[in-house]
Design a binder for this molecule. Structure first.
Ligand code: GLY
Length: 369
């Protein structure tokens, strides 16, 4: 078992262990120090609402599944809210539906939400938890590698607005993150790649060892290898989040490749997935930074080599102008400037603030190669 304690505005553990969904009830009860009613020897009136999407619901959300069973066995009153899933359901409408569901089931401030799914489920559930009755606790149970290494840790929650991704949200830390590597067995290669892209990002910004580990072994059907790289990536995230939980400084490092990636996702109507867009975004930024001489050591060749080994499609189907337009609607813009993350070398990134007017030119250096 791997346990990574996170010390932010809330303290919580990220626990990774094969088969942990069997024991979810136990770990939630223990982590939140929930006490049994001495008369019944069971939790008293503790409701938990599993929030999940239609796909994950079929796989892990059914009443006969071990997660559900474990919650019941430890005395939780289990409710479930299922939404369709997909980027277009990461919306205020879904939030309202969740809040209405919770009121209809009589959820109070001492009850809990449990996000069972990928990043969209985690972000939506976390945001609903952050505003329901001015904030209730929630648990993250990521079912993708991407959600495990990124969105389930660090407390960024939110939804998309018409103008762009994640434009409404809150910082709201979970009380526990439970990751069962067994869930990776049901992921497609492309979904695994989405997680690999974020893991490579973690390596690029702060830990060369992750990249070395990934290069040494590329076998994506080995849960032990995936758990190892996931835990290394979560360690990177832990460090960054503990230093700058509210994203005023160094946490922006986690956005390496993301400003452009969000533009790619938006321009493609979200047909290009987040991780695949991040791979292209990282490549564009690394190439542009190398060309402009902004790096200490050039990194783009090595980064491209790693990405190509996993067969990430790296050609960008959009122009620098389109990407800059889309990126500037992104919330990372601050006034007339935008902060981008550039590699100083492999395993070390830094922040660079450039005028908004120069973004298109910067992207063009990375796209036109
Ligand atoms: N996914 C970037 C962050 O958590 O800051």
């Amino acid at each position: 078992m791997i346990k990574i304690p996170i010390s932010a505005s809330k303290k919580y553990d990220v626990i990774m262990h094969q088969g942990i969904l069997n024991m979810a009830g136990f770990y939630i009860k223990e982590s939140l120090s929930l006490k049994d009613d001495p008369l019944t020897g069971k939790l008293k009136n503790k409701k938990i609402c599993i929030v999940t999407d239609a796909t994950v619901n079929q796989l892990y959300g059914q009443p006969e599944h071990k997660l559900y069973q474990s919650l019941k066995a430890y005395g939780f009153q289990v409710h479930k809210f299922v939404f369709r899933g997909g980027e277009e359901t990461k919306s205020m409408d879904t939030i309202e539906e969740i809040l209405d569901f919770l009121t209809s089931k009589g959820f109070t401030r001492t009850d809990l939400l449990l996000a069972l799914g990928g990043g969209i489920v985690g972000d939506v559930t976390g945001f609903a938890a952050s505003i329901y009755l001015r904030g209730i606790d929630f648990i993250q149970v990521p079912t993708t590698l991407l959600a495990c290494v990124d969105s389930s840790v660090g407390g960024k929650t939110g939804v998309n607005l018409k103008a762009g991704k994640n434009l409404a949200g809150a910082f709201w830390q979970p009380r526990l993150v439970l990751f069962d590597p067994d869930v990776l067995a049901t992921l497609s290669y492309d979904l695994l790649l989405d997680g690999i892209a974020e893991t490579i990002k973690a390596g690029m910004i702060a830990d060369k060892l992750i990249l070395e580990t990934i290069i040494r072994k590329r076998n994506l059907d080995d849960p032990e290898f995936l758990t190892t790289i996931a835990s290394l990536a979560v360690e990177v995230k832990k460090k960054v989040v503990e230093e700058d939980e509210f994203d005023n400084g160094s946490r922006q490092l986690l956005n390496f490749g993301h400003t452009i990636a969000h533009g790619i996702e938006k321009c493609s109507n979200y047909k290009i997935s987040h991780g695949h867009a991040v791979a292209i975004g990282m490549k564009i930024v690394a190439v542009a930074s190398d060309r402009l001489g902004w790096t200490i050591e050039k990194s783009s060749e090595q980064l491209i080599e790693i990405l190509e080994r996993f067969k990430f499609p790296l050609d960008c189907p959009f122009s620098a102008w389109e990407l800059a337009e889309a990126a500037l609607a992104d919330k990372k813009r601050r006034g007339d400037n935008i902060t981008i993350v550039i590699p100083a070398a492999i395993g070390k990134c830094r922040l660079k603030t450039i005028p908004v007017a120069k973004l298109e030119q910067f992207i063009a250096y990375g796209v036109n190669n």
